[in-house]
Design a protein around this ligand. Structure first.
Ligand SMILES: [Zn+2]
Length: 116
């Protein structure tokens, strides 16, 4: 039986404009890719440990276009595509909201199942 292939996408490059927090209390800024790439690195290890094959579609710190990322996944015939982001929520900038949101193709039961 062929192991399922999961494409992992860390979203943005380290220097992608706008993809960062406002200044934190200590004056530093967290770039979204700092979070995304660490989550993808953990997923990569854990998914392989569980017997999946993985494909990192944006393995560098350079901004990789969505088209390039999805083309790589489609070319490799990935069974699942996971794109990790750290999003702000609500209007008016950053706030104390916390949580996880998952998006999937509405017309795909398999996609919904994977999201759940
Ligand atoms: Zn993002």
């Amino acid at each position: 039986m062929t192991q399922k292939l999961i494409a992992l996408d860390d979203g943005h490059g380290m220097e992608t404009a706008g993809k960062r927090t406002p200044a934190l209390p200590d004056g530093t800024v967290m770039r979204e890719n700092e979070f995304n790439r660490r989550v993808v690195a953990l997923l990569d290890v854990q998914l392989q440990r569980c017997g999946f094959r993985t494909l990192l579609v944006a393995p560098t710190d350079v901004d990789t276009t969505l088209r390039t990322r999805t083309d790589a996944a489609n070319k490799a015939k990935a069974d699942l595509y996971i794109s990790v982001h750290a999003n702000a929520f609500g209007a008016g900038g950053f706030n104390t909201e916390r949580g996880i949101e998952s998006f999937h193709y509405r017309s795909s039961a398999a996609s919904e199942h994977a999201a759940k």
